[in-house]
Write a protein that binds this ligand. Structure first.
Ligand code: CUA
Length: 329
């Protein structure tokens, strides 16, 4: 029934050690006290049983020393577990700056993956070992959850916003990828494999897969949808300049400011009226998924993230349209 059953999952990322350490420590503490309490329960029930019908129990004497020592011990133990857990949590919550970004879109019932240089894959994620990888994830329909037990990572993937997950694989191999949020009929079959490869193998694989980078595809979309008509990159333009935008603070009408992150850029495309940049009029049309699907949206975001000063395309630029499809195996 379970051909490759094993009690513990593979340990294939830098998180496996710390997460397992914490887990087994808590398991040990729980086991120790469960056994201790069970034994004492039986022992006291026998030791202090009622011995005759007329027996009057001795009055209970309080033992403040013993009680406060016990409370202090428990307090220290739980605080220790808290800080240990927080340390592990923070290391998992903060991706390192040099992490390689991979875009993931969940949809009923598959995982679509795009690498920064344009390679796409389905229900598979190829990554190099020894390299921090940051997943930028969203969903096209309902909530999914990206779960790789061998890496000890798990994160909800939510429609309409981006969530992040990072890891660093430590040994080459194929590891199971699951969806861990009930998402409909084929939820149990939504999954695939994470393939961790030595760097040289990964680069070979990538070279076979890639043709246009995500940012290059985003640039094509920028031209195709005539974004340059308004976002022409000059100070007289009808729409804000997008160069060097990513990560900056943007002043909005009404005195709010937002950070120009993935969520802000996505919202500005899907629902431009939500945040009007100070000094501009609300003239941008909203781009629904029918005009621009989530993968295309991510390509546009990748383009805007990479756009440096003076790099806004000009109106008459001629560029070949890349075939926006999975190129091969
Ligand atoms: Cu997607 Cu469950």
């Amino acid at each position: 029934m379970l051909p490759d059953f094993s009690l513990f999952p593979d340990s294939a990322s830098t998180f496996a050690g710390p997460v397992d350490g914490l887990f087994f420590f808590i398991l040990l503490v729980t086991f120790f006290f469960s056994v201790l309490i069970a034994i004492l329960l039986v022992y006291f029930a026998i030791r202090y049983r009622r011995r005759s019908e007329t027996e009057i129990p001795k009055p209970i004497i309080s033992a403040p020393r013993m009680e406060s020592a016990w409370l202090i011990f428990l307090f220290a133990l739980f605080l220790g577990i808290f800080f240990w857990g927080a340390t592990v949590y923070f290391s998992m919550a903060r991706p390192p700056d040099d992490a390689m970004e991979v875009y993931v879109v969940g949809n009923q019932w598959m995982w679509k993956v795009q690498h920064p240089d344009g390679a796409t894959e389905m229900d598979q994620l190829h990554i190099p070992v020894g390299q921090p990888v940051k997943l930028v994830m969203t969903s096209e329909d309902v909530i999914h959850d990206f779960y790789v037990p061998a890496f000890r990572i798990k994160q909800d993937v939510v429609p309409g916003r981006y969530s992040y997950l990072w890891f660093q694989a430590t040994k080459p191999g194929r590891y199971r990828l699951f969806c861990a949020e009930y998402c409909g009929t084929d939820h149990s079959r939504m999954g695939g494999w994470v393939v961790a490869m030595e760097r040289s193998d990964y680069e070979q694989w990538l070279a076979r897969k890639a043709n246009f980078s995500m940012a290059q595809r985003g640039r094509q979309l920028f031209l195709k949808h005539q974004c340059i008509t308004c976002h022409s990159g000059t100070s007289q333009a009808k729409a804000p300049i997008l160069e060097d935008l990513y990560g900056k603070k943007v002043a909005l009408q009404g005195g709010r400011t937002v950070e120009a992150n993935e969520d802000y850029i996505a919202r500005s495309i899907r629902d431009p009226k939500a945040d009007i940049v100070d000094g501009y009029r609300p003239i941008m049309p909203a781009y629904a998924p029918e005009q621009l699907d989530d993968q295309e949206l991510q390509q546009l975001i990748a383009f805007i993230k990479a756009l440096k000063a003076g790099e806004t395309p000009t109106r008459n630029e001629e560029t070949p349209a890349p075939e926006n499809k999975d190129a091969g195996p």
